[in-house]
Every structure is written in C-alpha cells, then in structure tokens.
Ligand binder design. Sequence first.
Ligand SMILES: Nc1ncnc2c1ncn2[C@@H]1O[C@H](COP(=O)(O)OP(=O)(O)OP(=O)(O)O)[C@@H](O)[C@H]1O
Ligand SMILES: [Mg+2]
Length: 359
Amino acid sequence: MSLILSEEYLKEALVDARRVKKYFPIYGGVFKRRIGEVKAVDGVNVAIIKGETLAVVGESGCGKTTLAKTIIRLLTPTDGNIFFNVPYDIRKEIEELLSTNKNNQRLDSLRQEYDLATFKGRKLKMLRRHMQIVYQDPSTSLNPRMLVKNIIAEPMEIHNIAKGLKAEEKVLELLRRVGMDETHLYRYPHELSGGQRQRVAIARALSTNPDFLVLDEPTSAVDVSVRAQLLNLLKKLQKEMNLTYMFITHDLNVVDYIANRVMVMYLGNVMEAGNKDLLFNKPTHPYTEALLSAIPVADPFIKRKRIILHGDVPSPIDPPKGCVFASRCPIVKEKCFTEKPPLIEMRKGQYAACWFPIS
Ligand SMILES: Nc1ncnc2c1ncn2[C@@H]1O[C@H](COP(=O)(O)OP(=O)(O)OP(=O)(O)O)[C@@H](O)[C@H]1O
Ligand SMILES: [Mg+2]
C-alpha cells in the first residue's frame, strides 16, 4: 500500500502511522478456540502535522477509537509502523528497508529504536507522557473516589514530573488554565458539572506536558453551550501549549469549527482524507458526500439533497472483498464489488479511495 501523503507533508508530521491494522480475536465453541477476528482497523495511514487538528469522522463502530488507541499505544497493533516525533530521514530509511523485504539487521535496530509498534515496558511508559487521551464521558473516565487535586496530580507522580508542593502548584496552574480555580481542588467528580468534569479530564491529560492529545468525542456528553465553551478552551490550549490534536467526533459542525484536516473512516478503512475546506466543499467520495448531506443547513433558501444510505454497515469480521462501502454506495458499479480501490490523490491535498469519484 502506497503512502498517500506527499513528502512535503510527511516531513512536518509529528505523528506518522503507516498501514496500521488492529484485529481483535474472537473466541467461540466449547473449547473457547479462536474462530475469527474483528478487523477494527484494516490498514490505515495517518499523519498529523505539529500544531494541527485532524478530525476523524465516521459511523459508530468504524474503528475511530481503536485507531487512536493503537496510535498512542494503549493497544498493540496487529501490523504497521507508528512514528512519533521521528526525523523524516529515519522514517524514509525504514520505509526503503521495508520495501526491499529482506531480513535486515539495520531495519530491526531502527524499528526497535523508533517504531512505537515495537515498544514495550519502560520505553512505552516514557512515551505515554507525550501522548494523552481525553474520553467522551468524564463521569466514567475519572476515578469517583479521588479528589480533583489528586486526579490531576496522579500522572505527574507516575511519571516523576513533580511531587509534594511543586505538584500542588502545578495542579493549581493547570486548573486555572482550564478555567477553574482553587475552590475545586477538594471536590470529588460528582460534585462538579459535566463541563467542569471534562475540564478536569483535560487538565489531567495536560499534566504531563504532552505534545499530542487524542480527544475522543470530548464534547458529546454536554449540552450545546458547554460544548462551545469546551471547544474554545481546547483551541486556546492548543495555541498556548503548541498541542497537536486528533479529534474524534460524529458532529460535522464541530469538525468545521475545530479541524484543519479531516479523515473519513468506514469499516476500518480510510474513505477520504484531506484539507477540511476542500473536503467539505467538494467531497470526492460518495460516502463523504452522504455524511455531509446530513448536516442541517440554517438558511431556508438553500436546498440540499439529503442522501440516505440504505442497508447496514457490513460486519468487520468478514469485510467485503472489494470496496468496503460498495454494499451501500448510491453510485456503485460492478468493479467496486471485486477490486479494492487504493487511496489516491484526487485533488491537491485531498485523497480518496474510490473507483468512480465525484468530480
Ligand atoms: N476490545 C475489543 N474486542 C473486540 N472487538 C472490539 C474491541 N474494541 C472494539 N472492537 C470492535 O472494533 C470495531 C471498532 O470499534 P471502535 O470502538 O474503534 O469504533 P468507533 O468508530 O470508535 O465507534 P463509536 O463511534 O461508537 O465510538 C467495532 O466493531 C467494535 O465492536
Ligand atoms: Mg469510539
């Protein structure tokens, strides 16, 4: 599978994950034998430039969370290479060595040193402080028996960043950064509003001074006005702390507000990716077009045809052979059922996997 992004772009990438696969085994029968696997992520390339926000969208179950967790190595990939803040020359050398397909000592040692897919133990722990995740629902992701102050301080202690008085100062500074103050230090999560809980979750994620943050639907459990406040906060923090975001969401209005680039997933595969404005105004993949057609338009004089997709998403246990979207595609043709379309550049900075793209 070719690397889809231009060299120019890859050079700047802080996160560069290649051909990532994550399959979950399924066990069954009386002997609990392995009878198959869920292909949650099935060969995805993703690169994110320092300081930008990549939004990842797609229907429930398409593999967004699994992809994010694999990139930050909360999950072990089944296959692929994952690079974080690795000089471009090194990534290029690894790619060249991989393409020669030989057992190669140099390749092994480079991968041991730079490819997160090979990391274990202490190396993995050291990596964790640079990559953090904020989940959708802070009422389950925050420990209900811990005080706010300890929730935020815990990662600093785990990573030996600060202890005692120094940690307390840092906690207060983080709380202020996320728009809270010392009156919240000695409260439990249930004594906070949903929005405040999410602010605490953000402060906790920031406590290790990470460079990269995965935001997994961070605003979907709060109402519209709190959502706007949280999005503004995230934008402000990104600027102040030079953060790079991978933002998972169902809400295309949120994407429009926060993202520079968008990646559209379907059944563990990338359907389309690229610059947000381009992709929103001129989608080339019929799946993207269908997703976009569902955004409500405020202006009653603008009529947009809503594209309704029929049928269900196929099972990731036995995904279709050709294009994974073929069974629901409104413009499907014969070839789509038999051959899988590669992800190729349709316009500058816009990539799609489709045999018959919309022009
Ligand atoms: N630990 C697991 N074991 C087995 N299958 C899993 C596991 N985690 C996820 N899956 C499966 O992998 C697929 C992708 O799940 P994932 O949670 O990544 O989707 P998602 O796009 O984040 O969905 P949502 O929008 O609902 O959060 C689903 O079919 C899911 O059932
Ligand atoms: Mg998810």
